[in-house]
Design a protein around this ligand. Structure first.
Ligand code: TXA
Ligand code: MG
Length: 344
């Protein structure tokens, strides 16, 4: 596996039907030629990804993209945020293999905002199907080293473009005429789209029931870090009598705390066991650091990590959304000590 590919070499490998991880502004993608069914099949195999979870097709420019995805008024208006951390689901009119879209007539389209990715995509000059470059269910990689650790022995090369700027996956939008539904929250936020004059509704996500999800990648359990992560909520924030608390089996020996702002960790956290998502309470910085910190945690000898939900606004919503799926459960705190865990 080559780790030092140039964009041109990465494109050549993709044109030969190989799997190449490449950087984007959000997270690293695992790219294959979208019109090569065998290459697409290999993406699913490499990730251990269920075949019912469709892939995003990446392009270098809107002209080529709209040759594959059907243009509408709203799609055209939204295309002004490309290149950018946005995926738009559009009818593909049979131009994209059903193995990419998991049998759907709709396909997700995106132009990533990363110079090396754009150079590679221009050289391929065809749609590149790419999920995040991690094993299915795990957190997305934001550096070439994280990709190598997850998938190094299963792919043909990595185009190293440094650490991803945004740090969480793109916002995924479904269009219904003039209305926009947010299927996956990201750094292009609900607030931003509303302020730009779009008619936005949030999808009712978090369905853990077996009914068919609109977007199968929005599973309840996802983005799991390597040690258990718990949300911390104050008892007074909950209506506790109506909730059953489970006692923890054994207390953690060396727990850590992920902080947003210069807040104190609870008493049960050893003083030095603290990592900052953002010391200055910047929600975009917290997103940028999220998966990188999941990786840093792994190198500590922490046996669990605790985090308070971020403010539920702007990119904070997108980070909370990842955290809800990444967390094992919710730890309830009273007087800075854990009094129990919420039943899942
Ligand atoms: O930022 C990103 O979007 C990254 C980079 C590499 O572009 N890609 C990424 O891909 O996060 P992936 O496969 O890990 O997540 C794609 C999400 C999944 O939740 C998937 O279910 C949804 O988009 N999706 C893709 N195609 C879809 C479709 N046709 N209909 C509904 N949901 C779709
Ligand atoms: Mg993914």
């Amino acid at each position: 596996m080559r780790k030092d590919l140039t964009p041109r070499e990465a494109a050549d490998l993709i044109l030969k039907g190989k799997l190449v991880a490449f950087p984007t502004e959000t997270v690293y993608g695992l790219g294959a030629h979208a019109l090569n069914e065998n290459a697409v099949k290999n993406i699913y195999l490499a990730k251990g990804r269920p075949a019912n979870n469709p892939l995003i097709c990446h392009f270098s420019d809107t002209k080529t993209l709209f040759q594959y995805g059907k243009k509408s008024n709203t799609a055209e208006k939204l295309s002004r945020y490309w290149p950018g951390p946005l995926s738009i689901i559009l009818p593909h009119e049979g131009k994209i293999p059903l193995s990419v879209t998991a049998g759907s007539e709709l396909c997700a389209f995106r132009i990533p905002d990363h110079p090396a990715a754009l150079e590679m995509l221009r050289a391929v000059n065809s749609p590149v199907a790419a999920p995040s470059a991690n094993l299915s269910g795990k957190r997305s990689p934001v550096t070439a080293e994280m990709v190598e650790e997850d998938l190094g022995d299963r792919i043909d090369g990595i185009l190293d473009g440094g650490r991803c700027i945004v740090g969480i996956e793109s916002t995924v939008l479904l269009l219904e005429n003039e209305r926009i539904q947010i299927l996956r929250k990201g750094s292009i936020t609900e607030e931003f789209l509303i302020s730009e004059g779009f008619d936005v509704s949030l999808s009712s996500e978090f369905k853990s029931s077996p009914e068919k999800l609109l977007s199968p990648g929005l599973d309840r359990i996802h983005y799991r870090p390597s040690i258990p992560l718990y949300f911390l909520l104050e008892e007074k924030e909950l209506e506790i009598d109506s909730i059953n608390l489970k006692k923890s089996a054994a207390p953690f020996k060396n727990p850590g705390f992920l902080a947003f702002g210069k807040t104190d960790a609870p008493n049960f956290i050893p003083g030095e066991n603290i990592l900052y998502l953002s010391e200055s309470e910047n929600l975009d910085e917290a997103a940028h650091n999220l998966y990188f910190i999941f990786e840093t945690m792994k190198r500590k000898s922490w046996d669990a990590a605790f985090i308070r939900p971020l403010p539920e606004k702007e990119t904070g919503r997108a980070v909370n959304d990842r955290l809800k799926r990444a967390c094992t459960s919710v730890a309830v705190v009273k007087n800075r000590e854990i009094i129990g865990y919420l039943e899942n």
